[in-house]
Design a protein around this ligand. Sequence first.
Ligand code: M3P
Ligand code: FE
Length: 314
Amino acid sequence: MGILRIGHISIRVMDMAAALKHYENVLGMKKTMEDKHGNVYLKCWDEWDKYSLVLTPSDQAGLNHVAYKVENDADLDDLQTKIEAYGIRTTVQPEGTLPSTGRMLQFNLPSGHEMRLYAMKEYVGTEVGTQNPDPWPDNIKGAGAHWLDHCLLMCELNPETGVNKVAENTKFSIEVLDFFLTEQILVGPAGDMQAATWLARTTTPHDIAFVGGPRMGLHHIAFFLDSWNDILKAADIMGKTKTKIDVAPTRHGITRGETIYFFDPSGNRNETFAGLGYLAQRDRPVTTWSEDHLGSGIFFHTGEMVSSFTEVYT
Ligand code: M3P
Ligand code: FE
């Protein structure tokens, strides 16, 4: 079957204690493990595998890698063949390279971002279990995020030189990783340059997204909340905890998601994303946003881009 869903994100943080406090108290994640190198592993209450976020100590913020879970171990061999045939080198990291995790197929997207695929991660169960479960656990902290939802990677885009890593990543993700395109922003004189794309493997509007910018980087990691009311409550928590908000609660035209953007203490951008804007079916026609409607695509209410939003990232 290939890729199932996003599995985890590994990011760098500059102050582990502050980062942990943020992901526990603002997002509501729980620490499940720490390794001998000081890397900290966390999960959300509604997730069943051991971790979805790895924090690694560093003197600089940013992305180490993003990992997606495949259905069967043999998918890793199939995908390795396909990725190599496309002209991208891969390596296989043996089981245990990351704790509680099986072997990982490692490669770089055309944009340079490191991606890993794995089939096995230790099952620990959700906070409510599987036997006559409550709808939510009693010990929810902060926003009580359900799960890691998606990531958005900034990819080099330079119309002058013709470098467009958004388009390259999109082509690779569709042709080799079997993602499907749900939405795109097309810009340029002919309106045919992919400046941003949203792609899915599951039935949510996106499991990964690529946006063009001056350099590659991590734009944000997003965590799922149920409803607009949960978004309001999450913003209340950010106010109470003096969390730096980038964009206060609003709605995306693209994906129809309800959103807040904010930063962890190291400056990694987070998003709380609510509402399954629509059921993303494989045969759904691709939604296109033109350059003159870009602002509405990103922030539907104001229809205006916020410059810091695309200029600041790790
Ligand atoms: C989302 C989303 C950008 C658009 C972001 C959209 C960075 O984060 O979840 O749909 O331009
Ligand atoms: Fe997002």
